[in-house]
Design a protein around this ligand. Structure first.
Ligand code: HEM
Length: 179
C-alpha cells in the first residue's frame, strides 16, 4: 500500500463508506467491500507466496499434451507462470486490483490459483482467506501507510525460498484520523 497510494486511497474510501472508523469489522463486510477484496487478490497474484506449489508425483502413466509422464515422476507446479502470464493478466508486473472486478463491480477471481488446484490444494484456503481479509481490512481501517523518509522503497521482488517472503523494509505507519 505504501507503494500504491492511489489504490490505498480507494481502499480507505470504500472502508470509510461501508464500515467507518469505529465499527468492529467482521466477515459479513467482505461482500460489501469488492475493491478491498480485489486488492487482496492482486496482492496474492503479484506476491506469489508459494510460487512453485508443493511437489507431487503422478500415480500412473499420464499423457499430457505432447508429453508422456511415467508413473512416479515428480511434478512441480509453476504457479508463478500462471500468475505472470500476460495472456491472462495484461501488464502482469503492474499492481492493478481492478482486474479482479467485472463490469458490474463484482469480484471475478479468474485464473488466480495461489492455493494451487486439485485434490491436494491448500486445506487452509478458507481460513487463510478470512485471515487475509480481517487483518488487511482492519489495518487499512485504522492506518495510513507511506514510504519512510530516508529509507529505500520496499523491494517487491522478495526472498525466494520454499515461500516468497518480503525482505526487511521500513515504512511510515500513521493512525488515521488521529486527534
Ligand atoms: C495465504 C496463505 C496460504 C497460501 C498461499 C497457501 C498455499 C498452499 C499451497 C500452494 C499448497 C500446496 C497445494 C498442493 O499440494 O497442490 C498448500 C497446501 C496446504 N496448506 Fe496452505 N496456504 C496458505 C495458508 C494455509 C493455512 C492458514 C493452513 C492451515 C490452517 C494451510 C494448510 C495447508 C495444508 C494442510 C496443506 C496440504 C494439503 C494436502 O497436501 O492435502 N495453508 N497451501
Amino acid at each position: 500500500m505504501s507503494l500504491n497510494p492511489d489504490v490505498q486511497a480507494r481502499v480507505h474510501a470504500e472502508i470509510d463508506a461501508i464500515i467507518g472508523n469505529d465499527a468492529l469489522l467482521s466477515m459479513h463486510h467482505r461482500i460489501q467491500l469488492p475493491f478491498t477484496e480485489a486488492t487482496i487478490l492482486e496482492t496474492q497474484r503479484l506476491g506469489d507466496v508459494v510460487p512453485l506449489g508443493v511437489p507431487h508425483a503422478v500415480t500412473e502413466d499420464v499423457y499430457f499434451r505432447d508429453y508422456f509422464i511415467p508413473k512416479g515422476t515428480m511434478i512441480i507446479p509453476n504457479l508463478y507462470s500462471v500468475h505472470m502470464n500476460p495472456e491472462l493478466w495484461p501488464e502482469p508486473e503492474k499492481f492493478k486490483p481492478e482486474r479482479f472486478l467485472d463490469s458490474d463491480g463484482n469480484i471475478d477471481q479468474k485464473e488466480l490459483i495461489p492455493f494451487s488446484v486439485g485434490k491436494r490444494q491448500c486445506l487452509g484456503e478458507g481460513m487463510a482467506k478470512m485471515e487475509l481479509f480481517l487483518y488487511f481490512t482492519s489495518m487499512m481501517q485504522h492506518f495510513n501507510f507511506k514510504p519512510a523518509p530516508g529509507y529505500p522503497a520496499p523491494n517487491t521482488k522478495g526472498l525466494l525460498g520454499f515461500t516468497n517472503a518480503p525482505e526487511p523494509f521500513h515504512i511510515l505507519v500513521r493512525k488515521r484520523n488521529a486527534k
